[in-house]
Design a protein around this ligand. Structure first.
Ligand code: NZQ
Ligand code: ZN
Length: 382
């Protein structure tokens, strides 16, 4: 196992009616409620929050779109400054929470905030923020990451900072009842691939991380198809907690990490506006095939422990486990090839050259995936 420091101070307030605890969690400060396109007004979450904000000094900013836009977020930064906001409460899915993280970091940033994303400039301070999660998927509710899109440049870029980790996260599984099937499926697949990116690399004798990762994968395989048609509370609660733990940082400590599927996927979203999880469902099976020799030991472990396949015929087990993984995504209602989204072969060159231009020329846990390899992986996804 590799050396690591583990520290995740986000306070998680989990369970039925947990939004009713919000008032006591909030600081005595000027608060800005930040949300997206209005789903929280239709499912009653907004009303619950307004009641909790009584007696607090607050304002609001809405309209953060899926794959949050830099331009919109900079409008929020202006509002933070003019209203003297001291604390941000983000209510929504990954896009709203990521957007709020960027706003929190950009407000006190000296220089052009775009450099946080484009040049990886370090953040020295940020406004404190917390969140109420409405879509189990990204893990952003307890982690330090955010992804922001700039449409005018066709770019989708991540940043990470301990300063933007939420102070607290309220997780009430009941808020997922209003999610459309598409978003539930996206959430399951995104969480699944987060685990895979941290697990399916090479062995370093990290038994807690491995067994914990395998249990989340097994849980998602079990829960995934069922949540699409059921509003059973325990199913939703387990979906939510599995998705949080998939990217809270715990399973990623002390182990090599891949993230090539995400890196390629973000380009596909920037170019073709595909949902984040859709890009992962398309690319991951191809990365598994392409990297099968480098990932051999872990592929066999995954096949055996998560899917119950025998190692007797190693090549057969690897082929079958890749097939089963792709079939799982399809069972979630997600198409897994580019042509099914009417995307043609030119995309392979485009993605490869964009990553090359961005300096992402050695990706994957062994840094052995070059732009040429990316081209092959995307071509194989057609
Ligand atoms: O905007 P509203 O009206 O709220 O509607 C949203 C949005 O249209 C809707 N929704 C959310 N909760 C709902 C709901 N509709 C009904 N009922 C509810 N309870 O769902 C739509 C999609 O929301 P979005 O936030 O975009 O989805 P998701 O949570 O999948 O977030 C995706 C974003 O997160 C980034 C992705 O790249 C993408 O930009 N990621 C962030 C990560 C992180 N910070 O660690 C890691 C991930 O790998 C990912 O890259
Ligand atoms: Zn993801």
């Amino acid at each position: 196992m590799q050396n690591f420091i583990y520290h995740n101070p986000t306070k998680v307030v989990f369970g039925k009616d947990s939004i009713s605890k919000l008032s006591s969690l909030l600081p005595n400060a000027k608060i800005m409620l930040v949300y997206g396109g209005g789903s929280i007004k239709h499912n009653g979450v907004y009303q619950q929050i307004i009641e909790q904000l009584e007696g607090h000094d607050w304002c609001e900013f809405s309209g953060i779109e899926p794959n949050p836009e830099f331009e919109t977020l900079m409008k929020a930064v202006s509002k933070v400054k003019t209203e003297g906001v001291e604390f941000i409460l983000a209510v929504g899915g990954g896009s709203v929470i990521d957007g709020a993280k960027f706003v929190a970091a950009a407000t006190h940033f000296e220089g052009d905030p775009w450099d946080i994303l484009a040049k990886g400039k370090k953040i020295k301070q940020a406004i404190s923020l917390a969140c109420i999660l409405t879509l189990p998927a990204t893990g952003t509710e307890t982690n330090t990451a955010a992804v922001v899109t700039r449409r005018e440049y066709n770019l989708k870029l991540p940043f990470m900072s301990e300063h933007v980790r939420p102070k607290f996260a309220v997780l009430d599984p009941q808020v997922t009842y209003s999610l459309p099937e598409r978003q539930l499926a996206n959430g399951v697949v995104d969480a699944f691939v987060h685990v895979i990116e941290q697990y399916l690399t090479y062995p370093v004798n990290a038994s807690v991380q491995d067994r914990f990762a395998e249990s989340i994968l097994s849980n998602l395989i079990d829960i995934g198809p069922r949540v699409l048609t059921s509003k059973d509370y325990d199913l939703r609660a387990n979906l939510m907690w599995n998705a949080t733990q998939a990217l809270s940082g715990l399973i990623g400590v002390g182990v090599p990490q891949d993230w090539s599927t995400h890196t390629i996927g973000h380009e596909l979203t920037a170019l073709h506006n595909l949902d984040h999880a859709v890009t992962l469902a398309i690319i991951l099976p191809r990365v598994m095939h392409y990297q099968r020799e480098h990932k051999r030991e872990k592929l066999l472990q995954y096949a055996e422990r998560v899917w119950g396949l025998s190692r007797y015929d190693e090549e057969g087990a690897i082929n079958l486990v890749i097939e089963k993984t792709e079939q799982f995504f399809r069972d979630m209602g997600i198409k897994t090839t580019l042509s099914e989204y009417n995307i043609d072969a030119n995309v392979a060159d485009e993605v490869a050259s964009r990553l090359e231009k961005a300096g992402a020329t050695k990706i994957g846990e062994r840094q052995n995936i070059s732009p040429e390899d990316v081209k092959n992986i995307v071509s194989a996804s057609l």
